[in-house]
Design a protein around this ligand. Structure first.
Ligand SMILES: *Cc1c(COP(=O)(O)O)cnc(C)c1O
Length: 246
């Protein structure tokens, strides 16, 4: 995965394309029915296809199927994948959803449209400095919430959220778009997503345009939609199981 990936590496078999097309149709159908059940317009919910651990060819095939929003959680993997698609003239919107070290901020700011996992002021500074040196306009940012206060796994604790909002809004190189969260292990999804909705409202009281709520994965996205998710991050049921990778 070093250096440039030739564009021919982006081809998938007809079978794989058909499988992705079917999975995508099923996921979109489930999003639409969850929206219908919640009395929401399906146009309010954006599907982010989480392509982590899957090859750039799958990402390219998804874009070809009209699925433009792609999510990745490791820069070492995402940077060459984004470069391969760009080299082939394939325009995707990349969402960075993983824990992020400051020394990777420059790399991520170069291809990401949105960094969903912003959780501390040092990272805000690194991303803003990096975005300011690029000519791509403001970098979209979501604040990752730690719902159980266990910030080891990423996310800002509720008590530090206000200061983090202020640190982002003080930097014109960044655009605060909303919040992101992962339901803590062992929690009822509804408890998690209700809390996300409440914290989103708190952020919007200061920054009204920060309307995005990124919540819900393969196992719980229909509940997240009930509680107002505007972005759902879905990997396994779209691309397949990652379990063989450990
Ligand atoms: C991997 C990942 C997802 C997707 O999870 P699935 O269960 O495969 O749908 C969503 N969000 C984050 C932060 C992830 O790391």
């Amino acid at each position: 995965m070093n250096g440039q990936t030739p564009a021919d590496d982006l081809t998938v078999t007809d079978g794989r394309r058909a499988e992705l097309a079917q999975n995508l149709a099923e996921v979109r159908e489930r999003i639409a029915s969850a929206c219908a059940g919640a009395g929401r317009d399906p146009g309010e919910v954006t599907l982010v296809a989480v392509t982590k651990t899957f090859p750039a060819s799958d990402a390219a095939a998804l874009v070809g199927l009209g699925q433009l929003d792609l999510g990745e959680n490791r820069d070492q993997e995402a940077a060459p994948k984004a470069a391969a698609l760009r080299a082939a003239g394939i325009e995707a919107r990349w969402h960075y959803i993983g824990q992020l070290q400051r020394n990777k901020a420059k790399s991520v700011a170069a291809y990401a449209d949105v960094v969903q996992s912003v959780d501390r002021p040092q990272l805000v500074k690194a991303l803003a400095d990096a975005a300011g040196r690029l000519d791509r306009g403001p970098l979209g940012v979501l604040l990752q919430l730690s719902l159980d206060g266990d910030t080891e796994r990423g996310g800002v604790a509720e008590g530090d959220l206000g200061a983090l909002v202020d640190s982002v809004t003080s930097r014109p190189e960044l655009a605060l778009r909303g919040v992101m969260a992962v339901a803590p292990l062992g929690w009822e999804p509804d408890r998690a997503f209700e809390q996300v909705a409440a914290l989103s409202a708190k952020v919007r009281a200061t920054v009204p345009e920060a309307v995005e709520i990124s919540a819900g994965m393969s196992g719980d996205f229909t509940r997240a939609i009930v509680f107002g998710a505007t972005l759902v991050r879905i990997g396994a049921i779209l691309l397949g199981s990652r379990s063989h990778l450990g």
